[in-house]
Design a protein around this ligand. Structure first.
Ligand SMILES: [Zn+2]
Length: 66
């Protein structure tokens, strides 16, 4: 796979996923991803993107109940 931004080589890697949730920031470490060697652009597989989406939706609901 090649980077859609710069055409560089994209390799399997892990990253820290950072999401701002209102007044605080949630960091998930060691998220599997693919990262461009050249520009550092990060790509998530559909599976991982879905997992992150579910995680934050659940987190959001929990916060609303408090
Ligand atoms: Zn790139």
């Amino acid at each position: 796979m090649n980077c859609t931004f710069c055409g560089g080589i994209v390799k399997n890697d892990t990253t820290e996923y950072i999401e701002k949730q209102g007044n605080y920031i949630v960091v998930i470490k060691n998220v599997p991803c693919e990262k461009c060697e050249q520009c550092g652009e990060v790509y998530f597989s559909n599976e991982v993107a879905l997992m992150l989406e579910k995680y934050f939706k659940r987190n959001h609901r929990y916060r609303n109940r408090l």
